[in-house]
Ligand binder design. Sequence first.
Ligand SMILES: *[C@@H]1O[C@H](CO)[C@@H](O)[C@H](O)[C@H]1NC(C)=O
Ligand SMILES: *[C@@H]1O[C@H](CO)[C@@H](O)[C@H](O)[C@H]1NC(C)=O
Ligand SMILES: [Zn+2]
Length: 452
Amino acid sequence: ARWLLGYLLAVKIPTVSFSASEQNTTALKEFDQLLRRVFPKIFSSSLVQHEMVGNYSHLLTVPGSEPDLEPYMLLAHIDVVPADEADGWDAPPFSAQELNGFIYGRGTIDNKQSVMGILQALEYLLEQGYTPRRSFYIGLGHDEEISGPQGAVNIVKLLKSRGVKLLYVLDEGLTIMDGVVDGLIGPGALIGVSEKGQATVKLSVSTPPGHSSMPPRESSIGILASAVTRLEKNRMPNLFGHGPERATFEHLAHKFGWPYRMVMSNLWLFSSLLSSVLEGQPDTNAFVRTTTAVTMFNSGVKINVMPAYAEAFVNFRIHSSQTLQEVLKLIKSTISDERVKVEFVSGFDPLPISSYDEDTFGYQIIKKTVHDIFPEVTVSPGICVGNTDSRHYTELSPDIYRFAPSWYKPGDSARFHGVNERISIQNYEEIVLFYFQLMQNSDIRNLPGPRT
Ligand SMILES: *[C@@H]1O[C@H](CO)[C@@H](O)[C@H](O)[C@H]1NC(C)=O
Ligand SMILES: *[C@@H]1O[C@H](CO)[C@@H](O)[C@H](O)[C@H]1NC(C)=O
Ligand SMILES: [Zn+2]
């Protein structure tokens, strides 16, 4: 089928972001050519305006017939993280090979399913002669995996210069969880209403160098190791209930079996019980606190020389209810050792929390679309523990959502940025249908009034 072929070709192009300064620009150019080839309606339509931004990112503008309706925007990214077949892939990572109904390849779920799904949906709508009532934009970044400095940042600049305000933004992020949450009966679609913030700090210790035959009591390595250990042992506070993670459980409560249901429907009583269960597993712990990850530790030059210098890098992912400043203060007070120099490397506050109530157009339209395509799925707000291009869009819209309807089943978490990233052919088809339906659902003027 044509819709599948375009997607397979997209997965085969190795649009890899190797590092902050190195991307496969040959592949990015090839990808641009592919889009023009497989979506002839989009690229020849007099309705759709297409622009290249930051050399390789794409901005599409689809003007609606009713200009007073506030536009919305769909985001996805073209670049992927590196992949090495030798790590144990069942099929080469840029082969788009099919095995048992799944397409294997880097980017199949992060995030070429959205890039191609969105464009395929628009292509179909144009083929049918459809003209939207509400204008919308499509932004396809080429450097999301290296935090979007050329793509998303420049698309936002351009839209700002045009005075654009967006009713809502939908980017990648959370997925449909099926069988991965203990006790949850049936699949749940989590719509990301915020993202955690980040802080990276560099810790360093300088001591006079010396010979290892007459060592001081404490080495630079020892001093730094204790500081790092203090950070790991004294985790940041458990903040369950202070951010939107509480709403996740409240929305899903009725889908949990006994005894989970009783706990979740009575969070006023069981909040501390649930929060201590959640912090027991790394994946759920990430939802209840600012996490601490020691990622680099360097020191030493020779086996018989006391090192004059030791350094470590620690990456924190900041919970919604804390700020970057608060976290930096806590780091210093936890280390509490003048000999350890703490330097801020980079970071940002958690993203604002988008609304998810009954009157919020974007959230309700996404939710309705999920129900249209997946009637059996429960929808709930959620938090992204990673970051997306959409974090650059806060000045354009208060309501930013992170979700793509990829199915996420037991074992799939290891496929993101890992080995054997894959998508079922059926799921890719559902994703095209989802965006096709979303574009049409977004065309209503107002949400239906309060249901009685
Ligand atoms: C970059 O992409 C091109 C084609 O798209 C491919 O032939 C080449 O091997 C890629 N380079 C690297 C270093 O992956
Ligand atoms: C686009 O590419 C040119 C030449 O390769 C480079 O000098 C320029 O900085 C790039 N612009 C952006 C916004 O990436
Ligand atoms: Zn991604």
